[in-house]
Design a protein around this ligand. Structure first.
Ligand code: SF4
Length: 114
């Protein structure tokens, strides 16, 4: 079973009403649906916080404290597909930064639920 870390958009989690932190990413991981193609263990769920500069160190700290290195990191659907998008960094650039810093593959989006 794959171990996965998920990154959510903290701005949306705070201000939207669809994400209390949230069941859809966790459902996709549990069932292996959407972009998470097999049932997976969620070993970290990290909130991005505007303007996003704390994301890489917070993902690193989550891995350090859990002592679990995930096989994949997913940027949540609310982050990766946001319309309007993040005003600070495009999701694909955020993914590249995370990949370069952690050496772990980063996937854009978690689920396709509505
Ligand atoms: S920096 Fe962008 S992705 Fe991160 S919390 Fe703010 S709006 Fe969301």
């Amino acid at each position: 079973m794959e171990k996965v870390a998920i990154v959510g958009c903290g701005s949306y989690m705070d201000r939207g009403y669809g994400c209390p932190g949230e069941w859809r990413c966790l459902k996709a991981a549990a069932l292996g649906e959407g972009q998470i193609t097999e049932p997976s263990q969620v070993t970290a769920f990290v909130r991005c916080e505007c303007p996003g500069r704390t994301l890489v160190p917070n993902v690193g700290m989550a891995m350090k404290l859990s002592e679990i290195k995930p096989d994949m990191i997913y940027l949540s659907t609310c982050l990766a597909n946001a319309k309007p998008g993040c005003p600070y960094t495009e999701a694909k650039d955020m993914a590249k930064i995370l990949e370069d810093k952690t050496g772990i593959k980063v996937v854009l989006g978690t689920h396709d639920y509505h």
